[in-house]
Design a protein around this ligand. Structure first.
Ligand SMILES: [Mn+2]
Length: 254
């Protein structure tokens, strides 16, 4: 397993961990809540653990429209605080051009993050969902350079069309670009990852089932939730990391 490494600045006090915001033009309430949080959070760093976007079909998508608005928010926030981005199953095509413009730092999946004398292993979470064999085959294919080069060579509209088709197919077969209701993280693999990384705790998203799962050795698997401010009930669970450890925050709470 290749593990990325990320280390906090010694002067920092707070790091926000979030995932699965699923930004898209049809969810203006979620966009506004996300923008408000990024602009107001006192955190020194914000680490986004995948599926920030409902779909990302290539960095040229940011040239106008909704993706432009999201890019502008990230660029503005990226001037003031550290931003990290880990690819999810919907936005793994976010690339170098976008990272360069916004200041998003690439976080490999998984990444060992060190801060406040603690070590967290961070993942989007889809790679842990071993029970969905069809999805794991799909994931292995679309993460190859060959697949991505061929896909990104298609015209933008064709890519948008294919992404929609993949998402529609995944709703029916649970095996496409968007299996967010996966079988849940494999417990044995999660334990093996933590042991190899020598991390204290595991943090991931993807499953949309926010929880804290105790693991052997006093470790914990923290699961982030997805965001939704466009239909009731509103949802936005994130983790705040400080010298005291992790704290589960519900931004949608009244
Ligand atoms: Mn996901």
């Amino acid at each position: 397993m290749n593990i990325g490494h990320w280390r906090a600045d010694a002067a920092w006090h707070r790091i926000d961990l979030l995932s699965d915001v699923h930004l898209h033009a049809g969810a203006p309430g979620t966009f506004e809540a996300w923008k408000r949080h990024l602009l107001r959070t006192p955190a020194d760093a914000v680490l986004i653990l995948g599926d920030l976007f409902e779909v990302w079909v290539g960095d040229d998508a940011r040239d106008d429209g909704f993706e432009r608005a999201c890019t502008d928010v990230l660029r503005s926030v990226g001037r003031k605080k550290a931003l990290g981005f880990m690819a999810g199953n919907r936005d793994f095509l976010l690339g170098t051009a976008m990272r360069r413009e916004t200041g998003l730092r690439e976080l490999p999946d998984p990444t060992l993050a060190q801060a406040f004398g603690q070590c967290l292993l961070l993942s989007h979470g889809d790679a842990l969902c071993l029970a969905d064999a069809a999805y794991q085959r799909f994931r292995a294919e679309v993460r190859t350079t060959a697949w991505q080069t061929a896909f990104l060579a298609l015209p933008l509209e064709e890519r948008r069309h294919r992404a929609r088709a993949m998402r529609d197919a995944s709703v029916q077969h649970q095996a496409g670009m968007a299996p967010d209701e996966c079988a849940d993280a494999d417990a044995a693999l999660a334990r093996a990852w933590l042991a190899e990384a020598r991390a204290d705790h595991l943090v991931h998203g993807h499953t949309h089932r926010p929880a804290t799962h105790p693991m052997p050795g006093g470790r914990t698997r923290w699961v982030l939730g997805d965001w939704n401010f466009d239909t009731l009930p509103h949802r936005a669970r994130m983790l705040v990391w400080t010298v005291k450890g992790l704290q589960d925050i519900d931004l949608a709470a009244p």
